[in-house]
Design a protein around this ligand. Structure first.
Ligand SMILES: Nc1nc2c(ncn2[C@@H]2O[C@H](COP(=O)(O)OP(=O)(O)OP(=O)(O)O)[C@@H](O)[C@H]2O)c(=O)[nH]1
Ligand SMILES: [Mg+2]
Length: 325
């Protein structure tokens, strides 16, 4: 099944996933065994740092190669329930790509998909992967937990910074650098690039490479594979002037090789599957619980917590107990 779905069918299925329609799961079940081949890259960073411009330019360069990969761009905006495509930014730059049959562009928001936006994005990526897109670029705004969850879908995460406005400090605060495999200092045509680069270097020295990376949770598990030696490179880019893009693509290639050779890619993949299942299980359990509890039990505990006679943790424990799981 190389290209099982037309573009129109792809778009429709993605809408059904976004809307959390039940029927979409059957399609996902059928497509899932055909996914797992795509190179999935997350691009995240502060609003306006140039993510869309970078993604568009990366796509353009990839598509100009001798044997161009099919490229899908998924722009995710967790903060907006109806982003309506505005997230794609520079429309003129994107317009060239829209006419390319080897490029698929989709802006999405989650309107009630089971398990939230990260699960919905993972499903959209599965569909595109099974649909024969060899490179999938996920753009997501900001630095919150949602963005980190979305970024974890990717094999490699690019964090985009721009000079000035104290962005570097914000990014460090939010811990976004901890998930960075590659750091792009975009708008290198502007003043203040050197300061941004040195601020980032300092921040990276403080937070050692790989710290807190890609979902290592349990204390007894290795944070990363022993053979994985990777220091996130800091690359100066001017996406607007189309400068530095080949360096980004080279770093991506290099990182892919490191992931494969060290076993880290495999470790992260297993982690991703586990985190995905756990997130969905959590959601199912909650729905199951809310469905199974009698309304009066539920309301009684709720009222007690509201009146501060019962701590919320104790309230949750009692509700669980009354379920007899
Ligand atoms: N000077 C300069 N401007 C740039 C560069 N890259 C992007 N821009 C401009 O910065 C603005 C924001 O670019 P986008 O690509 O939309 O940024 P974004 O990070 O996708 O923005 P959001 O999706 O809204 O968070 C646009 O006006 C771009 O033209 C660059 O390398 N240099
Ligand atoms: Mg954008």
């Amino acid at each position: 099944m190389e290209h099982p779905l037309t573009r129109r069918e792809l778009a429709r299925l993605i809408t059904r996933i976004e809307n959390g329609e039940r029927g979409a799961q059957d399609a996902l079940n059928a497509l899932y065994p055909h996914s797992g081949r795509a190179r999935i890259i997350g691009v995240t960073g502060a609003p306006g740092s140039g993510k869309s411009t970078l993604v568009a330019e990366m796509t353009r360069v990839l598509r100009e190669q001798a044997n161009p990969p099919r490229v899908a761009i998924v722009a995710v905006d967790p903060s907006s329930p109806f982003s309506g495509g505005a997230i794609l930014g520079d429309r003129i730059r994107m317009r060239d790509l829209y006419g390319d049959p080897g490029v698929f562009i989709r802006s999405m928001a989650s309107r009630g998909a089971l398990g939230g936006i990260a699960a919905a994005t993972a499903d959209v990526v599965t569909v595109l992967d099974a649909g024969g897109f060899e490179v999938i670029l996920i753009e997501t705004v900001g630095a919150g937990q949602l963005e980190v969850d979305v970024a974890r879908i990717a094999q490699t995460v690019i964090v985009v910074e721009a000079p000035g406005a104290g962005d570097e400090v914000q990014a460090v605060k939010a811990g976004i650098l901890e998930i960075a495999d590659i750091i792009v200092v975009n708008k290198a045509d502007r003043e203040g690039v050197a300061q941004t680069v040195s601020a980032l270097k300092m921040a990276l020295d403080i937070a050692p490479a790989g710290a807190g990376h890609h979902g290592a949770q349990a204390d007894n598990e290795p944070v990363q594979s022993d053979a994985y030696h990777w220091q996130a490179p800091i690359l100066k880019v001017s996406a607007l002037n189309r400068e530095g893009i080949p360096d980004v693509l080279a770093a991506l290639q290099h990182h892919a090789e490191m992931l494969a050779a060290s076993g880290e890619g495999e470790r992260r993949r297993r982690k991703r599957v586990e985190a995905d299942i756990q997130a969905r299980l959590r959601e199912l359990l909650l729905q199951h619980a809310l469905h199974a509890l009698t309304n009066s039990d539920y309301q009684r505990v709720l009222a007690a917590a509201d009146q501060r006679t019962l701590h919320p943790a104790e309230a949750a424990r009692r509700l669980l107990q009354s379920l007899n799981l």
